[in-house]
Design a protein around this ligand. Structure first.
Ligand SMILES: [Zn+2]
Length: 67
């Protein structure tokens, strides 16, 4: 899974999303930016900023084995 936390881009925002593909994550983030942060115009460099902050989320089963 791919994970994006809005707080990495907008300090203080607790919103996050996860999806199978980067494209889906970006789509949801753009929606959130529009609805929550009032970014009616999504600039090219914002997409780049979003993509740069998407991280791989470890699977639950692996996370449980970490201890
Ligand atoms: Zn946000």
């Amino acid at each position: 899974m791919r994970l994006f936390e809005c707080g990495t881009l907008v300090p203080g925002c607790e919103w996050h999303t996860r999806a199978d593909s980067d494209a889906e994550v970006v789509r949801r983030v753009v929606e959130h930016m529009r609805d929550t942060h009032g970014e009616t115009v999504v600039r090219e460099n914002m997409i780049e900023n979003i993509k740069a902050r998407i991280v791989d989320e470890p699977r639950m089963e692996n996370a449980e084995n970490v201890t």
